[in-house]
Design a protein around this ligand. Structure first.
Ligand code: ZN
Length: 121
């Protein structure tokens, strides 16, 4: 699967994770709440990589795991937005899915105005 914009995701070392956490003061970038010891948290990209967000260290923020999942997988989450952006880009570039319907332009057959079905030439 290719993303609309291909920002490479790099691995973070535990030290980098800690630096990101401390810079943000341990505050979740999604809900603004404090991330307590024992809370699951991840390093989040405020702008999703799939939407052209940057993977620069300065762009990274800690977030509760639950908050980040909602942001990523929710109905208006990043994945939905990324899928929408991809469809829009494909359409813009004139790439379209072959139609599933018989006698569509992708079919060898076409239906004439009088109702007869003939082989496309
Ligand atoms: Zn949160």
């Amino acid at each position: 699967m290719t993303d609309v914009s291909t920002t490479q995701r790099r691995k973070l070392s535990p030290r980098e994770r800690l630096a990101i956490f401390e810079r943000a003061g341990g505050v979740c970038c999604c809900c603004g709440g404090k991330i307590e010891a024992g809370d699951g948290w991840i390093v989040e990209h405020p702008t999703a990589l799939g939407l052209g967000g940057s993977d620069d260290r300065g762009e990274l923020r800690p977030a509760h795991k639950a908050c980040a999942d909602a942001k990523t997988y929710g109905p208006d989450g990043d994945l939905a937005t990324i899928a929408r952006a991809k469809r829009r880009k494909a359409k813009h570039l004139g790439i379209r899915k072959p139609s599933r319907f018989p006698c569509s332009r992708d079919s060898r057959w076409k239906k004439r105005m009088d109702g007869s079905v003939v082989l496309r030439d």
